[in-house]
Design a protein around this ligand. Structure first.
Ligand SMILES: [Zn+2]
Length: 178
């Protein structure tokens, strides 16, 4: 079962994908959340349930989040944030948060699917607004856009050991894992 934090007005699913129960309403063949809450999607029964959240435990500004790049919008990368940095490394969040990384805060290229280390700059949310300005923020793991292999680091660039593709990425210095 997939669980995610949702905001009021956020699209949860199309009616042909899921039936959504709880704190949700439908408009134009889509279900939208009516609350800040948690949506639980049951892939087997195609039923989702939205429950309001009293304490979403949103990572505070200044904390370090780990997110995956889910898409590229007009002004920002869209992210799914799943962990925060604790004393001894990343700690999984109870619920994944949607995040946005404005291009203004990117200082370099990222690819869809990249795992990134980012600093939370929003004071409330979700979506979490994050920045990867600064040497230790950026990609911690990227895959080849052509063959899907994990890219290796070569200076400030990344290359594919399988098909030799080279890509530019904003790399988190000291945190890139391959
Ligand atoms: Zn490749």
């Amino acid at each position: 079962m997939k669980k995610t934090v949702v905001t009021p007005g956020e699209t949860l699913a199309y009616v042909e994908e899921f039936e959504v129960k709880g704190s949700a309403y439908s408009v134009d063949y889509r279900y939208l959340s009516s609350v800040l809450g948690v949506a639980a999607f049951d892939e087997k029964t195609h039923i989702a349930v939205v429950r309001p959240l009293k304490d979403p435990a949103i990572p505070p500004p200044g904390s370090v989040a780990y997110c995956q790049v889910a898409g590229k919008g007009r002004r920002a990368y869209q992210l799914r944030c799943f962990a925060v940095e604790g004393q001894r490394g990343p700690v999984d969040l109870k619920y994944a948060f949607t995040g946005v990384l404005p291009y203004f805060f990117a200082d370099g290229e990222l690819g869809i699917g990249d795992y990134i280390r980012a600093k939370v700059v929003s004071t409330y949310g979700p979506p979490l607004v994050v920045s990867i300005r600064g040497a230790t923020y950026g990609s911690v793991l990227s895959r080849c856009p052509h063959c899907g292999s994990v890219l290796k680091r070569r200076g400030m660039a990344l290359y594919c050991p399988n098909c030799s593709t080279e890509v530019r990425r904003k790399i988190a210095v000291g945190h890139y894992t391959a």
